[in-house]
Each structure stands twice: as C-alpha cells, then as structure tokens.
Design a protein around this ligand. Structure first.
Ligand code: GLN
Length: 488
C-alpha cells in the first residue's frame, strides 16, 4: 500500500498506524517525497526538514513498538507558519520574522504533541494572515492545486493547498475573517473556524486578538472533528478560552446520517447581486440536499451583515496595529542596519513589513488616533454588537445557518492585487462570523463548469461547534464532493 500512503486522511492514517499496516516513518517519507515533487508547482510550504521530521516519526514508531497506543501517535500534520512549534521556524509569512525560531510550543501544538502527532511541514500564509489569496506572503504566492493559475485563497492558502494536494492528511490554520473557510472552499477541502474561546490562541502569532481563532483544515468533517477534539478546550495561558467542557463529539459526527428535526436558516442577504451564478447554484443544490436529508429550511434575515466588511476592516487593522508594534528589530527576527535606535526601528519596519501589512498598520493607527477613535473604532464596535444580535435573533429559532462561503470561486493570481477593496469584499460572508464570535464550517459542495470547487457554509451559534460538524458530516455521508482530488 505504500505507494498511496499520501492519499490517506487523518483518521485513516491513525487506523493504519494502530493496525500496524504502516509506520509513521513510511507515512512521513511518502509525504515528504510528494512535497518535494509538487512544491515547485504549488509553493504551499515554507519549511520542512527531512531529518528532523523523520527523527520525530521514528521516535513515534519506537514508542508504538514499546506498547504506546495513543490513537494519533505518529500521525503527520502540517502547521500554518503562524503557530509556534518549538525548534521550528515561525515566519508568519513575513520578512520581519525571517530566521526566527519558535522557543516554545503553542498550546494547540502542545496538545497535538501530547497526542503523538508529527509536525511534518509548515504551510504558507499571507503576511501576518492579512489577505485572502496567499499572495502577500514574503515567501511567494501559493497556487491552487485545482488550477495553478489561480490562488488557493487565504490567508491559510498553504494549509488548504497542502491538504488538497495530499502533502499532509490535515493541517492547522487560523481564521480572523475567513482564513480557514475561504481557502478550504477554494481548494475543495473541509475547514472549521471554531467558536471564539473554544481553542487557545496561546502561541499563535497575533493578528486581531478579538477575532483570531485556530482550527483544522482536513479532507472530511470527520477528520476535522478529530483534530478539533485534540486542540479545543480551556487553557490557563489564554484567558479568553471558555471553561466549558469539550464533549467527545466524534462518535456522533461519525454516525450522522440525516438532518431530521433541524431547522436551518437561509439568510436572504447571502444570496445577493454579485454572488457568482455557479456558486449560487451549487449552494442552492447543497441546501436542497440538506432538505432531502430531513432539515426544515426557513428564510431568515441578517440586516446588519451589509456592514460587516466595513466594520471588520476598521476593527481588524486597529487590533493589528497594536499587535504588530512588537516587531521593532529588537526582540524578534530581522533587524535593519542603522546609525541610531530610532532609525533602526524605522528601517526594520520599513524593510521587514510588506505593503499590505503597512496598509493595515497605517489604517489601524488612524482609526485609533485621538481625533478619529470615536468616529471609527467605537462606532465599529457598536456595529459589531448589532451584527452579533442579528445572529442571536436567527439562532433563537434556527439550529444553524446555510449559505455560500465565498462570493466567487478561486480567482486568478494577480487578479485582485491592485485593488485591495476587491480583495476585502471576498470576506463578505465569512467576516461576520468572526465579528459575532460564533462558529463556521466550510464543506465542499461541488464544482463550477471550469472545474473549480465551491464551499457550503454552515454557521452555528457560539459553542455549537459539535452541531455544525454533525450537519457537515451528514451532508458528506450523502455526497462525494469532498472525495474529489485535484490532478496536478
Ligand atoms: N481576508 C481577511 C483579511 O485579510 C481575513 C484574513 C484572516 O482570516 N486571517 O483580513
């Protein structure tokens, strides 16, 4: 079976290891070989170190041979280059962090490590996760495995492309305004943005702290659930994590076959002019499938969702401008040569940050400045509350919301780089979910006539992560979209 080891998903790998049909070393070697073969076309990874990674895999095999039977012992996983893995580089897609090696494990990494996972590679990202195409990375653009002339989405385009191209059975990513769900939709894989506070952000390079959330990208809802179960839960290092227990929802997700008794809302604001006709048609077909599985579909309204992009692009840059103040050339990574301290700070930031990051820092500093704070930042905070209340009202009568993840399928490399507003509008269906602090899942729901994947968005109330996973799993049991593979 070794020829096809890279084809196995996260739970299939775990099963192959526990049944001793393959070793972690063989699996990891298969993934590294495939990465070496395909990376010249995809550029989805920023780092992999054959020797270090194989040593980890061998250690996992030795532990299993000695009787250790943790279910995920030796399972390889790729990590977005924004999450700290002790001893591995962590660049956040930025020149300013070039050469920075993580001195500690993020909590999500510590948990995966405790479960026995092997960190096989690091995946490309828009610089500091600011972007929707993985074109702002200082380490080059990642390509979509379904069409390498097109973007994989972003900012977690590396994670989505790597999972779709079978360079890893699953990956970790982060989502501030759509960065897990949008690339998952563009690459035909499954991505979960958990409820804010469900997964620790400790050790995640901060972009916008009130919006950032880490989650899995995988080949199926079942695989995503397995990873989510490992990383979720209270963490004393992140005071925004919730004390609620994380129930073991994997058995229910695996058993999900229908949607009987569920009421699912269809927001009219998510089917508007500007939505690509084929994406609309594929989303509506997926909704019909959910109805056929027993769900009751009702029309709902999210009247303030039209302010979501404006609100997000005030708040996210405001938080980013504060979070990125720490990159001053003293404590991390890159430092520019200069005559004095002031010039060193300025030159480090001028040379270390790319154009999109600078745009956000300037925008964020502006909306927080004393003369404009009330007019922009405070006002956006109030709009955020209105957006959250829209969802509260809908969830008072619906179990979840269905809609598209993105307004279009994957666009061409370079198509939107000259017009940031066009790029920002791509977050129209996803950013509201982060603003409201709730959870969202993207599952593949078909292909355009041009062969590009589309994603069905399943949005749930806060801490209903298990519910949206069950809905997604029932959908996947009835469909084959998530099993399609790109030919590269
Ligand atoms: N595209 C959005 C942005 O550029 C979202 C990015 C993200 O979720 N990290 O801010």
């Amino acid at each position: 079976m070794s020829a096809d080891l890279h084809d196995l998903g996260f739970l299939e790998v775990a099963e192959a290891l526990t049944q001793k049909r393959a070793s972690s070393e063989e699996l990891t070697m298969a993934l590294l070989a495939r990465s070496e073969e395909l990376e010249s076309k995809l550029n989805s990874l920023t780092w992999f170190n054959r020797e270090a990674v194989l040593a980890e895999a061998r250690a996992a095999d030795a532990a299993r041979a000695a009787g250790d039977n943790r279910p995920y012992l030796g399972v390889p996983i790729a990590i977005k280059d924004l999450l700290n893995v002790k001893g591995q580089p962590c660049t956040a897609g930025s020149r300013i962090l070039k050469g920075y090696v993580a001195p500690y494990d993020a909590t999500v990494i510590a948990r995966l490590r405790a479960a026995g996972c092997v960190f096989v590679s690091r995946t490309n990202t828009d610089e500091f996760a600011m972007g929707g195409s993985t074109e702002t990375s200082a380490y080059g653009t990642t390509r979509n495995p379904w069409d390498t002339d097109r973007v994989p989405g972003g900012s977690s385009g590396g994670s989505a492309a790597a999972v779709a191209a079978r360079l890893a059975p699953a990956a970790l990513a982060s989502d501030t305004g759509g960065s897990i769900r949008q690339p998952a939709a563009f690459c035909g894989v499954t991505g979960l943005k958990p409820t804010y506070g469900r997964v620790s952000r400790y050790g995640c390079t901060a972009f916008a702290s009130s919006l950032d959330q880490i989650g899995p990208i995988a080949r199926s809802v079942e695989d995503a659930t397995a990873v989510y179960q490992v990383i979720a839960g209270l963490d004393p290092h992140d005071s925004t994590t919730a004390a609620r227990p994380v129930d073991d929802c994997l058995p229910n997700v695996r058993a999900a076959r229908d949607l009987k008794g569920l009421k699912l809302g269809l927001p009219k604001e998510y089917f508007v002019d500007g939505l690509h006709p084929e994406v609309e048609q594929l989303t509506r077909a997926a909704v019909a499938q959910c109805r056929a599985l027993g769900a009751e579909i009702v029309d709902v309204e999210l009247p303030h969702s039209k302010y979501g992009i404006a609100c997000y692009y005030v708040l996210a840059p405001a938080e980013a401008s504060a979070n990125l103040a720490r990159y001053d050339g003293v404590r991390y990574g890159f430092r520019a040569e200069a005559e004095d301290l002031q010039e060193m700070y300025e030159q480090t930031r001028a040379q270390g940050f790319g154009a999109e990051v600078k745009r956000r820092v300037i925008l964020g500093t502006y909306v927080l400045s004393s003369g404009f704070h009330d007019a922009y930042y405070l006002r956006a905070q109030k709009v955020r509350t209105l957006i959250r209340r829209d969802f509260d009202r809908v969830f008072a009568r619906c179990d979840a919301i269905l809609g598209p993840v993105t307004p279009s399928p994957a666009f061409r490399v370079g198509e939107k780089t000259a017009d940031p507003v066009q790029m920002y509008l791509g977050d129209i269906f996803t950013a509201n979910v982060n603003l409201a602090g709730i959870c969202g899942l993207s599952v593949p729901c078909g292909f355009t006539t041009g062969g590009l994947p589309a994603g069905l968005h399943i949005i749930g109330p806060a801490f209903a992560d298990a519910r949206i996973l069950q809905i997604g799993a029932a959908y996947q049991h009835a469909t084959e979209w998530h099993k399609q593979q790109p030919k590269i």
